[in-house]
Design a protein around this ligand. Structure first.
Ligand code: ADP
Ligand code: MG
Length: 528
């Protein structure tokens, strides 16, 4: 199917083409026609499948730009997601002249009120701020024709149910309501029943995950050795841009501190951070100011970040869908990626559960030794020296030291000077700062081989024998040297900005008990 088959108006279509979208994603293909017909729609599809455009395009299509009123309201869980949606809507509505504003907490409300006054056709906002604006009468709802709940499950997880209900009750009843979510817990179905008119429920089954372009590894390691193992691995792998997932907020804080202590450019995000800070960190990560983003599942969810080469699961996720979602942060847009999951001996059973969902085995990886990490770091340093010497700009700086350098050269041998430089540049494993990461309760023991309890009939795992790979298998390219050494020290290659949606992962907890129909039409792709 092509976008031209969708009956979208000319100016929207041209924007879609300009964005480089070639064909609609499954959720778009199924929901856009329904939304264009004016139906209420519940759209369920995993993260990264293009839900924004799924509601965005038909909504933009309906906007009357000649009327200076707010005609559509999008409720989104976080500031980041609100901004992301606003940007996407703006991009597609620009040709048509649609004004899209975003509003969210943690930022000057006066400025947002001003922006709204200057004109808005679509407003995207977080629940709390929307309510504030409504109460201040700065946000007029009486002309709203389309109401959108985006990432509805996430909003519920964040405890926004009451706020959302309060907002919905103020929007004119004569309206179209669209609800998009990765999972469909009962509370969301209830919203559907209460606030929507005969909603059509479109559900896109989670994609087979086998086409995910990610090499998946695991390392069996004791809890106390995890951190050292991870930083050694980072020294060896020299990831260009990586995300480390931790199970809890405290974990994220501790890991971030530890990584910084060991010289990595890392920052952490989690729900307790104020929105401004989170947004700034994500921006820095996208710009390459930060190499490692440490995050909880919730904080990293839904974020569209390209160019991530490595995902480290410091803690194995309890829920296999989170795993898929996590590793979906890398290996995107046709690039390859790697994921490394650290598993304590007690948690080995969870590997099988995850593999059962991904239908792909993780390869066992031997933890690198301190010596190997040291060797890698040396190599990186040597490369850096070589490159720096090739760099004219750096030579320009040399002049200032000329006299001192001549003196030093008389006093010491070249070898002594080189030794000194290297000892300064390469962190010695012996003197590496100790990092203590507080023990986190391990996941409850799961015997390996246990099937995944969520969905029946997905099995096929049962008595599969243990994998020879389980314990060993050193990755062949471990010390491969042809990679872009010294990534941490040199300017990063320009990041690939191309968009993708296919390779992105899945969303998180609560496997929707999707088989229960609860009065909705459930349409799977292919049922059509
Ligand atoms: P979701 O809300 O389902 O998590 P998004 O709407 O954020 O997903 O889309 C993920 C990425 O895919 C975005 O960068 C978006 O621009 C891109 N995208 C969406 N639809 C298409 C399409 N039909 N073709 C190519 N890229 C798309
Ligand atoms: Mg989304």
């Amino acid at each position: 199917m092509k976008f031209t088959d969708l009956n979208l108006s000319e100016d929207i279509q041209s924007a879609v083409v300009a964005a480089g979208f070639e064909q609609p994603s499954p959720i778009q293909e199924l929901t856009i026609p329904l939304a264009l017909e004016g139906k209420d729609v519940i759209g369920q599809a995993q993260t990264g499948t293009g839900k924004t455009a799924a509601f965005g395009l038909p909504t933009l299509d309906k906007i009357h730009t000649e009327e200076n009123t707010i005609q559509a309201l999008v409720i989104a869980p976080t500031r980041e997601l609100a901004v992301q949606s606003q940007e996407e809507l703006f991009r597609f509505g620009r040709d048509k002249g649609v004004k899209v504003r975003s509003v969210y907490g943690g930022s000057s409300i006066e400025k947002q009120i001003k922006a709204l006054r200057s004109g808005a056709h679509i407003v995207v906002g977080t629940p709390g701020r929307l309510l504030d604006l409504i109460k201040r009468k700065a946000l007029k709802l009486n002309n709203i024709e389309t109401l959108i709940l985006d990432e509805a499950d996430e909003m519920l997880n964040m405890g926004f149910l009451e706020d959302i209900e309060a907002i919905i009750s103020r929007v004119p009843e004569e309206r179209q309501t669209l609800l998009f979510s990765a999972t469909m817990p009962d509370a969301i179905k209830r919203i559907g029943v209460q606030f929507m008119k005969d909603p059509e429920h479109v559900k896109i089954k989670a994609k087979e995950l086998t086409n995910v372009n990610v090499d998946q590894y695991f390392i069996r390691v004791k809890e106390q050795e995890k951190f050292d193992t991870m930083t050694r691995l980072m020294d060896v792998d020299q990831p260009e841009l990586s995300i480390v997932f931790g199970r809890t907020k405290r974990r994220v804080d501790e890991l971030t501190r530890g990584l910084k202590l060991r010289g990595f450019r890392a920052e952490g995000i989690h729900g307790d951070l104020d929105q401004n800070k989170r947004l700034r960190i994500i921006r820095d990560f996208k710009n390459g100011q930060i190499d490692i983003l440490v995050a909880t599942d919730v904080a990293a969810r839904g974020l569209d970040i390209s160019g991530v080469t490595h995902v480290y699961n410091y803690d194995i996720p309890q829920d296999p869908e989170s795993y898929v979602h996590r590793i979906g942060r890398t290996g995107r847009a046709g690039q390859s990626g790697q994921s490394i999951t650290f598993v304590s001996p007690n948690e080995m059973g969870y590997l099988g559960i995850i593999e059962n969902l991904t239908k792909k085995r993780m390869k066992g990886l031997k933890p690198p030794t301190a010596q190997e990490a040291f060797q890698s770091k040396k190599k990186v340093a040597l490369k850096k020296i070589e490159r720096d010497f090739a760099d004219e700009a750096i030579h320009a700086n040399f002049d200032k030291f000329k006299d001192d350098a001549v003196k030093l050269a008389q006093e010491f041998t070249p070898e002594e000077l080189a030794l000194y430089i290297l000892s300064l540049t390469v962190q010695d494993p012996e003197t590496m700062p100790e990092v203590e990461i507080a023990r986190e309760k391990p996941l409850p023991f799961k015997p390996s081989g246990g099937g995944f309890g969520g969905k029946g009939g997905k099995g096929g795992r049962g008595n599969r024998g243990r994998d020879n790979n389980r314990r060993g298998g050193y990755r062949g390219d471990r010390n491969r040297d042809d990679r872009d050494g010294g990534r941490r020290d040199f300017k990063r290659k320009s990041k690939n900005n191309s968009r993708d949606f296919e390779n992105r992962g899945n969303k998180r907890p609560h496997r929707a008990s999707s088989e229960k129909k609860n009065g909705f039409v459930i349409r799977n792709k292919g049922d059509k």
